[in-house]
Design a binder for this molecule. Structure first.
Ligand SMILES: [Zn+2]
Ligand SMILES: [Zn+2]
Length: 709
């Protein structure tokens, strides 16, 4: 609670974020961005003593999964070994020789959430320059256990791995990452983004698949981290072009199959259900699924075991020690991977600006209990993300406790809850959920409605309720409404419009920061640091975020001692290539966004968008005139038609002037024997446009049509 309260207080100050981007739809739980929260961690320190710090932790962890870790990919020799020589480079950097034991002690205590407390202590004690040095050197720093592997044959190097993000960097949405090694490719996720306000009329944005189409012979499959739209939303568009098997956990595949069905691809696409811990061989690489927590059940991280080393991609994650359903994130496995040596970590940057840790989902359940008590004699309506099954579970649990039945409103909410119930992710007693139509059989105080529209989306159920245009629900004094979500940046206005309307109707409305009715699905700084400390990658690449998030995540990595040159803030289409001994990040492949409007995929480009923008700003003026093609004599018109420009009936004078200008142009070419009608059109356009600008300072789109007969 305190965390969100702080945000609210701060957002009232002049430092509050100016949010410009606007997505009218939502795909998942997004963070509250707090730009003004400045770095709280210490300045980057690269010189911390790192020598001889690995032995303890690594040796201990080498038992369990070692065999599993060695299976599959070739050239695994030496993966788990700690070579005495591997730390020399970093050790040489260390300048505070005298402090090595301190650093070593801290390493021995791994895994450990963060080094902050230790650092604070030191800060407090700081008095003399000598201690200053001590302080710097005791900041914990990650030193990787990774060492380049030798190939099968003596001295031969392993083939490099190439990692190409085709979406999800410098944007929130359309996540898609390509893994490539020798002649094998597989993909992690295939999501969509929602359009911003510049993409007029566009429904969805998907990644540019041209690199994948060019290399389709090499692609062995798609692995999915979880079932949010920004991770599965463009899958059907890809599968229509390339036939690929899809791998994911049970719920994820359930949601994917729902999409395949809609697209008429069910049965044609091979889907494979995996469970956390499973491994799948995709060409010369092997992927492993590791459980994480997120705002949808069954989310996993993807670990790629390639000949040259291990790559960990967290997917969207947070650390929830008391999740609702499912298990706790498999921190032990991440630690194990880290102690064996990880080449590269790609980690979720969504909440990299937020300090601390994400509150457990369970907290929301407690708030629901309290609110249900408060709203004893009222109908309760709760809006949340349809994919947040844990949240829906908690609402159902509260309903059972307080003797209410539950109705589900909104198509996506019905879809997802249907799939979740069928697959056993949503547990509700028989008879708890009733159809919307049957709600009237119950007293309002015996019901709960779960609905979509937590982002104020204009067509959503909640929005329609607020406007009084919902078929079954009329909101009024007897309603207690909870918006169990935070507005995604850009959606604040939409949400507050809905809140205003609901309040106007007399209902009680609980939203945003008022109670703990929502927690984020993404890791905050302390969780991100823990992940880095466990995995201890040689290279680090922040993903899943706008530039500011990637940058803050990179700063965090630096503060933990990952050297600057090993942190890569990349962009879509940029190829990261490494075999463990070198890192290249210069080459690019085609990447970008493809706009989907109705059934058209990619037919709306920048030219169309520019026209739509122009039309939306100053409207359109059409001048139609029919002329004799030989004599140039005006046979009919000129007629002036406009849309979105001025109300024509009250602008006779302007219309008359347009007509005269057109006639003047036509008159000037009357005597020419050869008439270039294109030139005539351009001249009409110029004459009218300068007249409009002179009179009204506007620039509508002007479309002269000269018909010759
Ligand atoms: Zn997600
Ligand atoms: Zn996501």
């Amino acid at each position: 609670m305190s965390e969100r309260k702080t945000n609210q207080t701060l957002s009232g100050t002049s430092l509050g974020p100016k949010k410009q981007s606007r997505a009218s739809l939502s795909f998942e739980d997004m963070p509250v961005f707090t730009k003004w929260e400045m770095p709280s961690e210490p300045a980057p320190v690269k010189e911390a003593a790192k020598a001889a710090s690995q032995k303890g932790g690594a040796a201990k962890k080498k038992t369990n999964n070692q065999n599993a870790g060695q299976k599959g990919a070739s050239g695994k020799k030496g993966q788990g070994k700690n070579k005495p020589g591997q730390k020399t480079q970093k050790a040489q950097k260390g300048k505070g020789k005298g402090n090595a034991p301190v650093a070593e002690k801290q390493k021995a205590e791994r895994p450990k959430p963060t080094g902050q407390p230790a650092q604070k202590k030191q800060t407090g004690a700081k008095k003399q320059p000598v201690k200053q040095t001590l302080q710097n050197n005791t900041i914990p720093s990650i030193s990787t256990n990774f060492s380049p592997k030798k190939g099968g044959k003596k001295g031969k190097k392993n083939p490099p791995i190439r990692i190409i993000p085709l979406g999800g960097l410098n944007e929130i949405g359309k996540n898609l990452t390509v893994y490539e090694c020798q002649d094998d490719i597989f993909l992690v996720d295939c999501g969509l983004a929602f359009p911003d306000e510049t993409m007029l009329g566009v429904d969805l944005v998907i990644p540019d698949f041209s690199y994948l189409v060019q290399n389709k012979e090499k692609i062995r499959g798609v692995v999915i981290t979880h079932g949010h739209e920004d991770h599965i939303g463009s899958l059907t568009y890809l599968l229509k072009q390339i036939d690929l098997p899809v791998y994911g956990t049970k719920l994820t595949i359930g949601l994917v199959e729902g999409k395949l069905k809609e697209a008429g691809l069910l049965g044609r696409v091979k889907t494979h259900v995996v469970t956390p811990g499973d491994r799948v061989k995709l060409g010369c690489m092997e992927v492993e699924f590791v459980r994480v927590n997120h705002s949808i059940p069954d989310a996993v991280a993807i670990v790629t075991h390639a000949p040259c080393g291990t790559v960990v991609q967290t997917g969207d994650f947070k650390i929830d020690y008391t999740p609702i359903g499912g298990g706790v994130i498999d921190l032990a496995r991440f630690g194990e991977l880290g102690s064996r040596g990880v080449l590269l970590l790609l980690s979720d940057s969504t909440n990299a600006e937020r300090p601390g840790s994400t509150t457990t989902e369970r907290k929301v359940g407690q708030s629901f209990d309290n609110l249900f008590k408060t709203a004893e004699d009222k109908r309760i309506i709760i809006a949340t993300f349809s994919s947040n099954i844990q949240r829906i579970q908690q609402i159902c649990d509260a309903a059972v406790k307080f003797g209410r039945c539950v109705a589900i409103s909104g198509r996506s909410m019905e879809n997802v809850t249907g799939i979740a119930r069928e697959l056993g992710y949503l547990h509700v007693p028989e008879g708890l959920i009733v159809p919307m139509e049957e709600l009237s059989r119950f007293r309002p105080s015996e019901t709960v409605i779960i609905t979509t529209g937590s982002q104020g989306e204009p067509m959503s159920a909640l929005s329609r309720m607020s406007m009084g245009s919902h078929r079954q629900v009329t909101v009024g004094k007897g309603d207690f409404i909870i918006i169990s979500a935070t507005p995604i940046p850009g959606n604040e206005k939409l949400v507050s419009r809905v809140v205003n309307e609901l309040l106007r109707s007399g209902a009680d409305v609980i939203y945003e920061s008022m109670y703990d009715v929502h927690v984020s699905g993404h890791a905050c700084q302390e969780e991100l640091k823990l992940m880095m400390e466990l995995v201890r990658p040689k290279y680090f690449m922040p993903v899943h975020g706008e530039f500011k998030h990637l940058k803050r995540h990179a700063d965090l990595a630096r503060s933990l001692g990952i050297p600057d040159e090993n942190i890569i803030i990349s962009e879509i289409g940029r190829v990261l290539e490494t075999d463990g001994t070198y890192l290249k990040n210069e080459q690019t492949v085609p990447a970008g966004r493809v706009l989907v409007d109705g059934l058209g995929v990619g037919d709306v480009g920048s030219v169309v968008l520019r026209d739509r923008k122009l039309l939306s700003e100053d409207g359109l003026v059409i001048i139609v005139v029919t002329v004799d093609s030989l004599t140039g004599e005006v046979l009919s018109g000129p007629d002036v038609v406009s849309r979105g420009f001025v109300y024509m009936r009250e602008s006779e004078e302007v219309v008359e002037e347009f007509r005269n200008l057109t006639l003047k142009v036509l008159d000037s070419v009357k005597d020419r024997r050869h008439k270039d009608w294109n030139d005539v059109k351009v001249r009409i356009k110029e004459a009218v446009s300068s007249c409009v600008y002179r009179r009204m300072k506007r620039s509508p789109m002007i479309l002269p049509i000269v018909m010759e007969v």
